[in-house]
Every structure is written in C-alpha cells, then in structure tokens.
Design a binder for this molecule. Sequence first.
Ligand code: C5P
Length: 208
Amino acid sequence: MALVIAIDGPAAAGKGTLARKLAAHYGLPHLDTGLTYRATAKALLDAGKPLDDETIAAEMAGAIDLSALDRNVLSAHEIGEVASKVAAMPSVRTALVAAQRRFAETGKGAVLDGRDIGTVVCPDAPAKLYVTADAEVRARRRYDEIVARGGSADFETILQDVERRDARDMGRADSPLRPAADAHLLDTSKMGIEAAFQAALSYIDARL
Ligand code: C5P
C-alpha cells in the first residue's frame, strides 16, 4: 500500500514543520494543502474579482498549478484571511480536493498536511496525525517567528486571529476541522519539534 501520511490540525500547531521532516525522512513528496487555498485567494485578489462569488472562486481553484506553490509568495495575512473564506465554499473544496487526491495517489506515497486530509481527502491513509496545541502557545510561536524575522507584532491581535481562524475552520459546514476517528493525536503545547517528530516516527513505523 502507498505510504500516505495525513496530517491535520489548526493554524500554527507545527504541522508544516513536522510534515517537511517526515517527507524528508521517508523520501516522499509533500503537499501543504493550505497553499492551494491561499493560491486561490491570491488569484482572486490579483484579478480584482469579487471575493464572495463561488463560481468565480471555483474556476480559479480549478486552474491552480500544484507544482508552482510558494509559501513565501502566499504568506501574507490578507491572503490567509481570504483563503479561510474561500475554503468554506463547497465547489472550491471539490476542485482543490480533486487535485490533492491526484497528488496523493501518484507514486509510492506522499505527505499531505491541512485541515481535512484524514477525514475527506485521504480517508484511507494508513497513517493519520492530528497535531494541535493550546491557542496561546500557537499565538506565541507565531509572534516569536515575526519578531525573529525583525518584524513587529502585537500578541493579543495574533491570539485573536488564531482564535477567529480556528472558529471559522471548525465551524464551517463543509469539511470542518476535526480529528479523524482513527487519527493519532499529538499535542505539541509542551513538546518541541524534535520530540513531536520522534513521537510521529514511532506511530508511523509501527504501522508500516
Ligand atoms: O494552513 P494555512 O493557514 O495555510 O491555510 C489557509 C486556510 O486554508 C485555512 O485557514 C483553512 O481555512 C484553509 N484550509 C482548508 N483545508 C485544508 C487546508 C487549508 O480549509 N486542507
């Protein structure tokens, strides 16, 4: 069976770092599915299209090239906000989930991270992780990242953003963020990335 590793969880829980380390360890391609929603948002913003028109948003989603996704280009706060709005549109999700499944099904396996990988995109994945951490811890990590890059930030504003994003992702009708019934939970509130990586390896290796 192809080794598909599904990683879900809220914003800033450490999924991305963990996904990249696991992909390198197992020699598998990695797809950060959040970037597909962000690329759709950026395409709408760049084209000056209305942000609440589902038909136009779905057309944009259908044209996303998975091989050209770049987090540096897509990291802006405004893009993240619009991404979480277009992510609530069912026909946008249908288009992006189809592309994500093709990615997962090509080759000997893949690592995908997002919000609905274990529940919707790859429900048959042999390894599923749900990575989470307290909202304060996640907001603190985001804050430290911005400050380390020489930027300035307000902790309370970041915490409110994290909580608003969680509420939107967990509260939407289509594919809400939640752990799959068979997911292995990893709470990184009190765990560094290396400890989380080791815990993920023990879980995955036991399933190979
Ligand atoms: O993870 P990231 O912040 O880049 O994701 C941007 C937005 O895309 C999230 O807030 C979420 O609403 C949406 N998303 C999603 N399903 C995924 C990945 C991301 O709905 N599998």
